[in-house]
Design a protein around this ligand. Structure first.
Ligand SMILES: C[S@@+](CC[C@H](N)C(=O)[O-])C[C@H]1O[C@@H](n2cnc3c(N)ncnc32)[C@H](O)[C@@H]1O
Length: 285
């Protein structure tokens, strides 16, 4: 179902040092939210984490689960800026789990597992999940009409791992318009199949249907131009390190990531893709 461990590792295990070169200092690999024209990527990433933590009603006395925790940017924010008593992250990537553990964050645990197969008896007070859902349904499964059932199984699992009264700060990429220009279509196909194999960005209407009967949507924020700006900044920073990347990881890594990030900038500009943040409240019987 969606990206398996080998496919996720294609996306995230190129090398932690490679991603460290062009992401912000905490290594958020998702859309930042810019409050002003001159705000730095670092500040905009903290702003994103603050918005999602507020959606999840995070306070110091709560336990929080970060589903698809990446290299630990949100876990670090929860532990250091929100002083939560416990934060658990789940990732399918070994390199990411290694980086989270290297940070030795107070009250933080990282679980290397497929969230959908993770067996836990622990119940959390709040959830955050930032662009992990984009891995859950493959293009083939979407073509067979399985997307909503797959996303519903995820929202059911999210319900099962929470306490009554929980809130959820969710962020997903969205796919919107299909390009009519051949090159754009080929570039998006390349990103989907080569950079993020096994996954497909959801449609907004799929999410709206799939949350039922587990979560109530309170707020949806559209951040398409924030992701255009984030990916443009990643591309700018990556190009500053072209010589080193070509030397250490090979021409194909630089060329593939240059094509992928350039495609993202265009896709968000052209409305082929969007980004949404959701404030969700757990529905209790
Ligand atoms: C785009 S990254 C986002 C990482 C992080 N949330 C951030 O904002 O930087 C997607 C994350 O989802 C994780 N992921 C994808 N499928 C997963 C699954 N089935 N179970 C657990 N984690 C998964 C990946 O390992 C990765 O950490």
């Amino acid at each position: 179902m969606g990206s398996n461990k080998q496919e996720v590792e294609v996306s995230y295990d190129v090398s932690n040092e490679f991603f460290r070169l062009w992401l912000d200092e905490r290594m958020n690999y998702t859309c930042a939210v810019f409050e002003s024209e001159h705000q730095s990527l670092e500040a905009a990433q903290l702003n994103k984490l603050s918005i999602l933590s507020d959606f999840a009603k995070v306070t110091a006395n709560k336990s929080v689960l970060d589903i698809g925790c990446g290299w630990g940017a949100c876990l670090e924010y929860l532990a250091t800026s929100r002083s939560v008593k416990r934060a658990v992250g789940v990732t399918l990537s070994s390199s990411q789990a290694e980086e989270v553990n290297r940070r030795k964050l107070p009250g933080v645990e990282c679980v290397e597992s497929d969230f959908m197969k993770w067996e836990t008896t622990e119940k959390f007070d709040a959830l955050v999940s930032i662009c992990m859902l984009d891995h859950l349904c493959s293009p083939e499964e979407a073509r067979k009409g399985k997307a909503i059932d797959i996303y519903r199984a995820y929202f059911k699992k999210c319900h099962e791992v929470t306490n009554p009264g929980a809130w959820f700060g969710l962020q997903t990429i969205l796919r919107n318009k299909i390009p009519r220009i051949k090159k754009d279509l080929e570039d998006i196909y390349f990103c989907t199949h080569v950079i993020f194999p096994g996954g497909l960005n959801p449609r907004l209407e799929d999410i709206v249907q799939a949350v039922n009967p587990y979560w109530e949507i309170i707020t949806v924020k559209q951040r398409r131009h924030d992701y255009e700006r984030t990916t443009a900044e990643w591309l700018r920073r990556m190009r500053l390190h072209e010589a080193r990347i070509r030397q250490e990881w090979g021409d194909h890594v630089f060329d593939d990531y240059d094509r992928y990030l350039s495609t993202c900038v265009r896709a968000f500009d052209q409305f082929y893709s969007s980004l949404a943040q959701y404030e969700l409240r757990r529905l209790d019987a």
